[in-house]
Write a protein that binds this ligand. Structure first.
Ligand code: ZN
Length: 156
């Protein structure tokens, strides 16, 4: 995008499911004339084109990590109206993102001498996926960005 200030454009209403209720919220749109794009300002708790607020995805992801079955997760979230199929799709996406993030972080750790030396032995002995995840989470630095998809704004 260029450095032109965007201008107020239109707005639209959207339904958001949070907890067990449906809310209607207003989404403001901004426009950049030179670039000929419109940007929707989404709140941080929403992903583009999603009806369910992000905390559902977050809790489902956490439950996947703790080994809770898809059937149990579906039952736990039944009041929200999220289907098993949707949860299945989220699970696949979640694991894809997680794996990508793990690869990135492995690379970072391998390039950081101090950290690499301290955990090399553990890698040589062999790690389960769970043990490695624990190490990667422990060595996660706050300065690094979290593994998220773009959610602050999107063009349409
Ligand atoms: Zn522009």
């Amino acid at each position: 995008m260029c450095n032109t200030l965007t201008r107020r454009h239109t707005k639209y209403e959207r339904e958001v499911i949070s907890k067990n209720e449906t809310h209607t919220i207003v989404i403001l749109r901004r426009r950049c004339k030179p670039c000929n794009i419109t940007i929707s300002l989404l709140p941080s708790f929403l992903k583009p084109w999603q009806r369910f607020a992000n905390h559902f995805r977050e809790i489902a992801g956490r439950w996947h990590l703790t080994g809770r079955s898809l059937n149990r997760i579906t039952a736990s979230l039944s009041k929200s109206g999220i289907s098993r199929r949707t949860l299945q799709r989220w699970k696949q996406k979640f694991h894809k993102q997680l794996n990508r993030q793990l690869i990135r972080q492995r690379r970072k750790i391998a390039n950081d001498d101090a950290t690499a030396d301290s955990i090399l032995l553990q890698y040589r002995k062999g790690l389960t996926a769970r043990e490695e995840l624990k190490i990667l989470l422990l060595t996660f630095r706050e300065s690094e960005s979290y593994p998220t998809t773009r959610q602050a704004a999107y063009s349409s």
